[in-house]
Every structure is written in C-alpha cells, then in structure tokens.
Unconditional design. Structure first.
Length: 386
C-alpha cells in the first residue's frame, strides 16, 4: 500500500468514527427506543456475552432502534458445517452492510479450547470475517435463543414482524444450505424497512457445494470424549464403556471384518477424557492407532496442539496404504518415505481427505506422540467440494 493510500484509509476511518459518535441526545433517544423495543419483543436479545470482537458491544434491540435488520448466526470455528456457511455470511455482510444489515456471529464453543479468544480471532482472520463476533463461552445466548433443541450453525433474522412486534424472528434456518432462500428473506426484511435494493442484484459469487447425486449413508459426526459417548455410543469397543472418565485403558482392536460403520476403534494405550481421547504413551513404530470405516468424500478431524507447544505428526492411511495426492485433504503432507501425515501445530479442524468421488474406505490414524488428542470427526459428501 502506498503512503497516499494509507493516508486516504486513515482519513476514511476517522470520518467513519466521527459519524458513529452520536451526540448525547441522540444516544439517549436510541437507548430509550431500544428499551421500548425490548419490552415488546417476541424473541430474546443477545445475552451473557464474554467479549466482542470486530467492534463494540451492541444488542439486537439497539440495532433495530437504529433502523437496521439483524442476522444472528450461531457458530463455532471447528464445526465444518459452520465453516462452509462463512463465505455466504461474509458476502452478505459486504453486500448489505450499507443497506441496514447487521450480522452478529455468536461463537458458542463446542469444545473447551474453543473458548480462547486468540483461537477465535485466528478463525476470524483466516475466514476474513468483518462482521461482529460475540463470544458466548457460557452458552447463555446459545441456550436462551435455541431452548432444548440446539444446533450449529443456526441463523435467526430479526426485525419488526408483520403482526406488529417491534422485534421478532422473521426467518430461522438450521444447518447449511438454502442460501438463496436466506438472501431473499434478508432482502424482504430490508425492503420492508424502506431500504431501496433496486440496484442491488440478488445472489452472491460463492461456490455453493452441490448435493446432486449424493449417495445415502454418509458417516455421521463421530465424537471421541466420554460426555458424548455416554449418551450416544460412537466407540466400537466394550472396553471404552467398561472403563471410566480419566482412566488409561489398554485397547485391543477387533478384526477389520468386524468393524461397524459409524463407530471408531482403538489399538494400544489411551486415556478417556471428557471431550476427547488421548494417546497415553510415547511409541516408536506407530503401533497404537484409531481405525474406522468412513463413507463420503471429505474427512475432517478436530485436534489440539501439544501441551509443550511442540509440533507432532499424525499419520493417515486408507485401506492399508498411504494417501495418493488426489485423495489428500488440505493439511496432508508426505515424508521422504512417501508416508502421508498431518503436522499438528495448533488447536484446529484438520482436513484429512478430499476424495475424487463418494466412496467407502477404512481410515487409520496413528502417532508416536503422547500429545495426540482427538475430539471429533466430521464428514462430507459434496459433489462440488467439501
């Protein structure tokens, strides 16, 4: 960037800040209007937030008092379903921000390590998120909005409703997909508020994954920790359930022919934790492993970095061999012996497989490190990508 461009950007930012600084009388008017909106609302507001990123603290009622429409998105950065929706959210933010759309991404972590602000900020930077992100580490907003049936991702479009409520849900969408329908709902809400979108074409230039021709039977999301497995079994061995939380257990894998789909299997010494399983010893020859049958095109795994900050490697095989380049996910590397592996350096979602077509395989992961900690596998079957 040239000095002239930097100077122009600085001037633009200063002008924007001056415009955003309200005089006391206007600020008081908005506060009173927001209180009135809240008192007559038919939906909760954002509550219990630990921190705000990408901007100053706000509320749905205050944004509505300013004449805006609010899109609330519940997400967490290791959820692959959430990650797939982010390009659409960032595109809508860029497209409709100046027309009265305010997006609040409420980050409600699924795992404890996702509570760290630096991890969330890293995801914000990675995915070019410029809209507000509210940190909901205690799941207060997550529970208040969604009640007993809670999902990642989930979007609520909030504004004045046709029945006269000044603050209600105009549109509610669970999971991925229906992006055109969601954008139409956004436009209708903005236009109902008097925004002129006649020169704003509908649609965003984002490659939406397609489910055309997707076979049935994709592997479900698989969790490794005790808390999830105590309610819905994902582990394929009785030894897991005969053990206890915090116990270090010697596992003996079953024969390959005995493995069931939608289960995972262990070999070697492992410790069972609340949200994860941990390789409980250092080894020399990758003799301890996790194995499972997978169906789909893409495989992702949530892992955490070593406690001492040193990288460690996890080796990845399918059907008893190392990966070919056209099967590899974004994080796969190969060593001098041609072995496929990922290098774990941070707490994140790691992309293991991106197969040429939907298929069934036996996946095996092994590491010599006693820092190898697994949280959850996720899978995809998209024709157009992940």
């Amino acid at each position: 960037m040239t000095p002239e461009q930097e100077q122009a950007d600085a001037a633009e930012q200063q002008e924007q800040q001056e415009q955003e600084q309200l005089d006391p009388a206007e600020a008081e008017r908005l506060r009173l209007r927001a209180e009135e909106i809240s008192a007559n609302a038919t939906v909760t507001d954002v509550v219990g937030i630990n921190a705000w990123l990408n901007g100053e603290e706000t509320s749905v009622a205050l944004e509505l008092a300013k004449g805006n429409i609010v899109l609330v998105d519940f997400w967490t950065y290791t959820c692959i379903n959430c990650v797939r929706t982010l390009p659409f959210l960032t595109a809508w933010d860029e497209k409709y921000r100046d027309h009265g759309l305010v997006i609040i991404g409420i980050h409600s972590p699924e795992f404890a390590f996702e509570e760290r602000l630096e991890n969330v900020q890293g995801a914000i930077d990675e995915y070019d998120i410029e809209y507000l992100v509210a940190i909901d580490n205690d799941h207060v907003s997550f529970r208040t909005f969604q009640g007993a049936r809670r999902f990642w991702p989930r979007k609520y479009l909030i504004g004045p409703t046709p029945d006269g409520s000044p603050m209600g849900v105009l549109y509610d969408h669970i999971g991925e997909g229906d992006y055109h329908e969601t954008e139409i709902a956004i436009r209708q809400a903005l236009e109902a508020g008097g925004r002129d979108l006649s020169n704003v074409p509908i649609g965003v230039e984002v490659e939406a994954p397609s489910r055309r021709g997707q076979p049935t039977g994709q592997t479900r999301e698989l969790y490794m920790g005790w808390r999830r497995n105590s309610g819905r079994p994902y582990a394929g061995q009785d030894a897991y359930y005969l053990s206890s939380l915090g116990a270090v257990t010697q596992f003996v894998d079953v024969a390959s022919s005995q493995r069931e789909h939608n289960r995972w299997y262990l070999e070697g010494l492992w410790q069972i934790e609340e949200e994860s399983i941990v390789h409980a010893r250092q080894t020399d020859d990758l003799e301890d492993y996790v194995a499972l049958i997978i169906r789909g095109r893409t495989v992702n795994l949530v892992l955490t970095a070593a406690d001492n900050g040193q990288p460690y490697d996890v080796f990845v095989e399918i059907d008893g061999r190392w990966l070919f380049p056209n099967e590899a996910g974004a994080h796969i590397q190969w060593d001098d012996e041609g072995r496929s592996f990922i290098r774990v350096t941070e707490n994140d979602l790691y992309r293991l497989l991106f197969l040429p077509e939907w298929s069934e395989h036996e996946l095996k992961l092994s590491s010599n490190s006693d820092q190898f900690r697994l949280f959850a596998f996720t899978f995809g079957s998209y024709v157009g990508g992940e």
